[in-house]
Design a protein around this ligand. Sequence first.
Ligand SMILES: [Mn+2]
Length: 242
Amino acid sequence: MGRNIAIGDIHGGLKGLIQLLRRVDIKPDDELIFLGDYVDGWSDSANVVSYLIELAKQNTCIFLRGNHDDLTHKWLQTGNFNEKWLQHGGQSSIDAYRNFSVEEKQEHINFFNQMLNYYIDKENRMFVHAGFTNQNGPEAEYHETAFYWDRTLWEMTLALDLKIEKSNDFYPKRLQLFKEIFIGHTPVTRIGKTKPVQRANLWNVDTGAAFKGPISGIDINTKEFWQSDPVYNLYPDEEGRN
Ligand SMILES: [Mn+2]
């Protein structure tokens, strides 16, 4: 039986992703659940997407949609973008696509189209890039952008008294809905951590690859995890997102 491995934010760091998958020692029957943000950051944004398209031919892969994927997707489709995106890694994605043909870009657009906003597995574990806000669960979410932008789910667990019992009336309803929730989006380096962080039944697997951290993968059953080197060390001539 293969493993189920969730992988955090990548942000164009293909060298880190390859290193991570080698350390995980992936086998053909392992399922890989990517938590989003494949692009915007290091210079290999477009190459990461090409790599993932190929990887999905060998392994069962689930690709969640990150906020950076959504912005890059929109730019690829329409040519439209905003200044904020350029400053937060968008320029690196524009540069990365410079030598890609129309056909290659179309293949990537198809890949972006097929990304999921969230995924719930047979054991009622939820996977989403950022979070959700509706107490009645993701199906009831009013604005789909929450799935790749929300930070309240993560912030709530940081503020939560972890001694509170799940049966307590004040236990957050959003957490009660699922056995476990796996997210990326907010680097754990912001709270001084470098490894995947558990808060209640929520796991944050974004270890800050866009900045000074590594890319992380975690076996969702055993919680064994693996990491690349800090990605900025693999791109010594680049400034990254700082
Ligand atoms: Mn991110």
